[in-house]
Design a protein. Sequence first.
Lengths: 216, 204
Amino acid sequence: MTLGDLQNLVALKLGEQSLFYPPEEITRSGLNPAQRLLCLTYPRILQQRATITVDPDLPIIDLRQVTGTDGVILGSRIRSVRRVVMGNVLTDAPVHNAVTDELFELRGTSVAALSKRANDWMSQRGLIRHYWKWGTYWIGLYKRPITATTITVIYDGVPAQLVFDGDEPQVQDVYHRVIAEIATGLLLVKEGNPQGERGLQRIAAVLALQQQGVAA
Amino acid sequence: MTLLLEQVDRIRDILQDTDTSATNISKIVTAHQESLQYLARKDQFPQIQWVNAIALQGRYVLPDPVVTISHVLYNERVLRYASETMLDRKYHGWEDLPGEPKYWTTDNQSPNTIRIIPTPKRTGSAIPVVPSPLFQNMVDNIVVFHTEDVSSDMADVSDTLPTLFDWDDLLVYKTARMFAERETETQNLPVAQLCGRLETLWER
């Protein structure tokens, strides 16, 4: 479904009160946060990959500056890093790491753990077996690569904003109506009770959150 | 990353606020800064800062928004944290001791200031290794892993929030709740309560 279709669906669910719920509000306060909440609750719906070539002289990588497979800078669309693999595993024809000829899955570690391990961890160069994280966006390799090294980062993505009528959510079609239902619930909040309460119940129901006590 | 204007519009959507005056927008922006600071206090905005080390200079002032300093590297080596008491026991006149830096401290400094001990003997190069907006040469220089408060750069509706989209959503509900709870004629406790519950959805 396109953004236009989703707007119409949400408008129908809200009783077609276009004065109280204008289309731009449906997108801004309903559909965009709704698709993010869906992916936040079920991160596997939107796991994505990006390749990065790590320069030995620039060992600290800001993931916000990395270009995604769609050719767009990732910016704030990375929620969390799931895996980091040596080489390029974007497609069905993986490209092994040129130096070690391997597709090795790196183990995650932290700056604190590396600092305890060795005072000179940042300057150590050699066989890469770990990646470290600092917050959501900063990562690096341990040890530092000797030559330019390609890695693939597999991450939980945040869906791109829906802006134009023809835009489609990044998640599969099967979830589009779920987005519309969540959006309806979010939009009803401004009405207070009882409509807002019913809105939250709709969100909890569609996300199957009752067992976690969110609807209570 | 979204424009602060979009966040303000979403807050106004929830509050059914039709007042577009500059005073009202400014109030919302100020409240939104408060919400951002809530996340900043929880160290949710990690940052890495490169600092040019200067020979015989021990004290370095980082940008104002620094909240918590966690790790400091000098010349690509870890500096250990030391309190003033520890340094007093270890060295006489440590404030004026040149050598290869081994420790850092924030004791008796403003929150965004570090002192490295001993003071470096060399000035690090400030010439970038390769053109990059992010990083410069770490040899003989300082790298600080810290968290920051991004709210100080969010004063105008044309500013872009550098935060994860999920945080943007959380912040909208937090600020909307803040307004709906206020002891004013527009107080709306049911909406405040609903926004509070939406916050929990994003915070889980």
